[in-house]
Design a protein around this ligand. Sequence first.
Ligand SMILES: [Zn+2]
Ligand SMILES: [Zn+2]
Length: 248
Amino acid sequence: MKIFADYHTHTKYSHGKGTIRENVESARKKGLKEIAICDHGPNHIGFGVKIENFKRMREEIDKLNEEYKDIKILLGVEANIISYNGEIDADDKIIDMLDILLVGFHFGARPKTIKDAYNFYIVNYTGKIISSVAEKARYMNTMAIIKAINNYNIDIITHPGAKVNIDTRELAKAAAKKGTALEINASHGYLNLEYIKIAMKENVKFAINSDAHTPDDVGNVKRGIERAIKAGLKANQIINVLDEKERG
Ligand SMILES: [Zn+2]
Ligand SMILES: [Zn+2]
């Protein structure tokens, strides 16, 4: 099993180490046909892409696409869920500039309201200690991410289960209906094997990404592929893996 695209890579525009060009060159060296630059959404404290930089990134990527004919370079964002109404920190102005939209939960992202902040930080952290609160947190997190899936055209949900507790089955059902893929992140342990097995029963699609923070790590998805194979996933269930037949 081999990926032809890495849809989750970071650059200096958030907290990655390399430039867009360096990520692209690394992807070409590894034989990838597509790469997405998906830095953190603007509400990520300290890391978020500044609004004015999206335009700059778009221009840089358009130029690189002219220069390199052997690889397709996509501009994306790893947006944050910022409210329990399922809002994300990418408005229409940003979304209109993008080729691909990734969304995930991150601690360190500024919630929309005080109430969202309370629910996100206090309820989730209290839930780590008190099990009845854990259930409430899990329910609310799940509802928020499902609302986001229904509110926006999200291509990939990044590392489900990594930061906050969510109901993988319900998430997978909603994602399958909307055509949103769930990420098997090679850097994080999520989706973990258990969650992949739950999600795959709902006929959802998956994406195996590196979440590279250095150019060298672009396309490094070995750990993700191992989990996909262990779970029994087939190539046609993964959006960035070609069927052996198709590859010829
Ligand atoms: Zn992330
Ligand atoms: Zn990331």
